[in-house]
Ligand binder design. Sequence first.
Ligand code: ATP
Ligand code: MG
Length: 329
Amino acid sequence: MNDAPPLLSVEGFGLEFRTRSGTVHALDGVDLAVRKGETVGLVGESGSGKSVLSFALLGISDRAARVTGGRAAFGGLELTRASEADLEAVRGREIAMIFQNPRTALNPIRRVGAQIEDVLRRHTTARAAELRERAIAALREVNIPDPERRHAAYPFELSGGMCQRVMIALALACRPALLIADEPTTGLDVTTQAAIMDLIAARARATGMATLFITHDLALAAEHCDRIVVMHAGHVVEAAPTAALFAGPRHPYTAQLIRATPAAESTIDALAAIPGNLPDLRRADLPACRFRARCARASARCDAPLPRLAPPPAHAVACWHPLDEARCA
Ligand SMILES: Nc1ncnc2c1ncn2[C@@H]1O[C@H](COP(=O)(O)OP(=O)(O)OP(=O)(O)O)[C@@H](O)[C@H]1O
Ligand SMILES: [Mg+2]
């Protein structure tokens, strides 16, 4: 096991949004760690806080956002307290992100090669001819055919799959130490999906890049992640090595997710099988356990603050009535 401190370490992190219709308690007490070379899956229903967390880590939250507690550190940098200049130096260079919607993340009126060069120019000392060469190499690395020609293409001239590859080329161009990939393959056909996941995995193997892989797709997470972190309504409810999580989920929510995902292609939101909805995160009286109203195991004990998650690599669960530990894990 790797004893080095995690590359990314989030502890007790909380964040809320002040909106006209009330305060949205989007994240509360979130713990998360990603080590060098590790791929960690972040899974949970729509609205559970996966994207909000990733934006907060990069310091690019909505203006209405306010950090309510905890810390997030990347290497020696306290992300929650860093200056805009420090964050600017890290973003795109050491921490890269693939956004949930590639078409909105790419600039529609700038050629894709120029967009990659912009990132390289910001973070390296490379000059014009070398920038072009490196941008073409970055496109080639993500298996874009005819990269010299595609360098001059606008996003609208490329298919969804190609745009997604450009996004990945953009993210990987500076050889980041950490990649945050938010639904990098959603909406793509299965073959393209597999090719893109393989690309990311190959880069991780080659450079020791750490990956935080955000997805609705439990089967995809099972296939590609070393560990999985399960979120529900702004809480991390369970975190475990992938095999242990699937062999013996301990949180009732995780157990339901896994039980309800029988087919490889099912995604969490396609499931009607999990009763109830996420609680309204604007409620001032959110229960200590936000799964309580949906949980068959709930009791008066669940009114107490949730037990703190054990640090990785332990199989950690934030529940007063967890299911038995797997015997076969
Ligand atoms: N700018 C904002 N202002 C107010 N509330 C917000 C804002 N951004 C996100 N939220 C709320 O925070 C919660 C978490 O949203 P988030 O987008 O992180 O979910 P998610 O897990 O990424 O979902 P999905 O799987 O659909 O991408 C939701 O309740 C959402 O409505
Ligand atoms: Mg999201």
